[in-house]
Design a protein around this ligand. Structure first.
Ligand SMILES: [Zn+2]
Length: 230
């Protein structure tokens, strides 16, 4: 009986690991040590431009820079996705680098990633504001309409999974047409804004290994649900 149970569990494990095997996830740890204020086109063919990459925010209580949080968090996420059988590429693995939002999008495009996930933390002038949110490309822009529906489906699976974390605050899924990293993306993409570093409570939470691991587990489970339901 025990041997049959083990064989069954092994079969289930192999089935699940093979189903996500071959899917490529591109993780983009938001920002870098020094921002680059020189401009780049917000979308292909656009006359509108934006800074190549901004510096990001900083924890109001912990003082942790956003670019440090995003990279540490991305390493945790990468390791767990690899364990699940995904192929993972990262747009950066160090702080001292200069890659713009267009270049980050192109890394995912060139790898033909099945999903790009960009990691950020948020800032608000109102220190009361807290909660995570998921940003996805808009269906109303010619640049992002082709990747809208798959990006939304992935975001909904991830949202459902994150909401299982007890006590977590959610600000929902929001559509954006003003993000360079979305407009240049040819693959489904979303931004995980993990929480507000301008809210003292959430800043401390985001610095804790325990909370980071909970978020990562929820992301991994949401991402797996998305691929298993394709
Ligand atoms: Zn950011």
């Amino acid at each position: 009986m025990l041997r049959r149970s083990i064989a069954f569990l092994l079969a289930v494990f192999l089935l699940f690991s093979s189903l996500v095997f071959g899917f490529t996830i591109c993780i983009d740890p938001g920002h870098q040590e020094k921002g680059d204020p020189t401009h780049e086109q917000i979308a292909p063919g656009s006359t509108e431009t934006k800074a190549r990459v901004s510096t990001g925010t900083r924890g109001v209580k912990t003082g942790i820079p956003e670019y440090v949080f995003t990279l540490e968090f991305s390493f945790l996420l990468r390791d767990r996705l690899v364990q699940e059988g995904f192929d993972v590429i990262m747009t950066r693995e160090r702080h001292d680098i200069n890659i713009s939002n267009i270049e980050r999008a192109k890394i995912a495009n060139e790898a033909n990633a099945d999903l790009a996930i960009r990691i950020h933390a948020d800032y608000s002038a109102n220190s009361e504001v807290k909660g995570f949110m998921l940003l996805i490309p808009s269906p109303d822009s010619i640049h992002t309409a082709p990747i809208y529906s798959e990006s939304r489906r992935a975001a909904e699976k991830i949202m459902a999974s994150l909401l299982n974390i007890s006590g977590i605050s959610s600000l929902g899924i929001r559509q954006r047409s003003d993000m360079t990293g979305f407009n240049w993306s040819k693959v489904p993409v979303l931004i995980f804004e993990a929480g507000f570093m301008s809210n003292p409570e959430e800043d401390v939470l985001l610095a804790s290994q325990d909370y980071r691991e909970k978020l990562v587990e929820a992301l991994v489970s949401g991402i797996s649900d998305y691929f298993l339901s394709r």
